[in-house]
Design a protein around this ligand. Sequence first.
Ligand code: ADP
Ligand code: MG
Length: 677
Amino acid sequence: MGNTSAQERRMEKLGLKTPQDFILHLPLRYEDETRIDTVSSLVPGRWAQVEGDVLRCEVQGRPRRQLVATVADDTGEIGLRFLNFYPSQQRQLAVGTRVRVRGEPRGGLFGLEMVHPRVGSANKPLPQTLTPVYPITQGLPQATLRRAIGEALGEEPWHDTLPDEVRARFALADFDESIRALHYPTKASLPSLQSRTHAAWRRVKFDELLAQQLSLAVARAARRRRSAPVMPPHTGAQSLSERLRAMLPFTLSGAQRRVVGEIGADMAQAFPMQRLLQGDVGSGKTVVAALAAAQAVDNGYQAALMAPTELLAEQHLRKFSGWFEPLGIRIAWLSGSVGAKARREALAAIASGEAALAVGTQALIQDTVQFHRLGLAITDEQHRFGVGQRLALRQKGALAEEGGGVHQLMMSATPIPRTLAMTVFADLDVSEIDELPPGRTPIVTKLVDDVRRDEVIARIHHAVAEGRQAYWVCPLVEESEALELQTAVDTFERLRVALPGVRVGLVHGKLSSAEKATVMAGFQKGEVDLLVATTVIEVGVDVPNASLMVIEHAERFGLAQLHQLRGRVGRGTAESVCVLMYQTPLSRVAKARLRTLHESTDGFLIAERDLELRGPGEFLGVRQSGEALLRFADLQDDAGLAEEAREAAAWMLKEHRPAVRQHLARWLRGREDFLKA
Ligand code: ADP
Ligand code: MG
């Protein structure tokens, strides 16, 4: 061994190493090569196989070098076109040869043609079963993969990981029969295979959903066995929690009180909390985090709050300082831009416990950071962090040496659709702030064609004249950061000219964090009326006096991002407006996105729509989403099956432990680390 071939490496790239991997690498679709279609029966876009004689074959030089041939059967002619070709292909298509051609016909300039069809000899017997088409990677031929899968399947039946009782109760097909039916399907089964309603598909999807349920249950049980500091709520008037509550300039909303209670109860347990705090933008998560931190401090522990960007972390620092420092609590600040001396001091304060709270960016999880007694780790915008980063923070916990954990609170303002949250984040308890603080007026969203830019500028003028502030978000330029920056600078200059008397500020990603902080502070204090920004302001920025948000080229942004941006306004009592400027023509998806935003300000509804438009893959970091575990089942389409799998999981955990282990061994495939986060 030791000598991996290029093909093996390609297969490894697909995650194919062990026989188990191969047998569960299932076809995307099937091609029916068992029959020959007549040329006259071809339909554009529908895969087909025809057989005929080569009438013409030539290399054309223009517009670019390509091989063009014509094949005819008794019913008609079809063109073949190869943009890249080998001499062997040219020989294969010598005039007069009888060939078998497979591919997807499309309407060409001179009738139907197939681009890059597969060409074979007409002498071979037709196959008896359908031909599976597998997900592949560049340079790996279907035939090679097919052979490897065939070898892995072997002759012996694969054992069934499900006890007979379980199979009978949920009317599940046999495992071995199912995978063979999927790899070597008969013609009769084609419709139900394609629609994925076939019993074999049902079995595979069930297995996958079951594995997910089992693995999450196992992770949950393991968490309950780990220790964590016990930090019950303190309610005495002298407790930090109560003094903090008393000094807040507002009363908590009902939803905030509820989630504070949920979090507080978790922290009182002797095993680590793992709770996701979800709440739409502006729902008031920060104060909830502060109350959790206060509870840790009341119990003699430290709390850390980590945010993904310097801007956001700084804002948390400002809020926390405002709340905690008057109460005599010291906060250490750590970020990439903290100078050596300040950093040393912060590290010392964290290590001695003098600083009960630490706020910062990823700098908080570096090796040099040693906490005196960390009891609670809070991450904001949790989806922006990788599993590894969250684990690293956890490992700094007070009980880490005895293998204990730390209580974790993860906040997310990018609402995870309920359907995803329920099924994917099973080892995450979810608290939801489903109500905005009182006194907010809803944001009005307007869609405005870019040609009406002057009206938008007039609107800004008007808002500023009334003492309000506004944001102007510059277009996203995906291809080039430099261009994006240039656009922001140009916009800034133009708006300054167009709006005399208006104090305009500019903030973008290329500014140092000190410069950014200065601009932001100016905006916060009302010294800047209009803040021109790139998407750096996307998350978390909180300036209640800002009531107008203009987003240029809104069609280039994703739904979630637009919702986040829009959430920067509507934080005070003034009526807020979000103007989405777009440039025509709009794609279908862009139209759907803008319409959704126009119609709704409900983050959860928007998230659901986003899920529909984009699919779950992009939603969260793949590793955190658990989507990686679901290759075959679909959380929406297979909701009923997921419910059955949940039931089966509970039963197996109680009565069939050995089967649980076997089933996980087959399905987990080295993705166990996902469970640890
Ligand atoms: P997010 O959930 O988006 O992080 P923030 O925590 O930044 O929201 O809160 C948004 C704004 O609402 C802040 O200015 C905050 O002080 C304010 N706020 C939070 N809770 C309340 C409340 N119960 N009543 C009034 N204002 C509140
Ligand atoms: Mg926030």
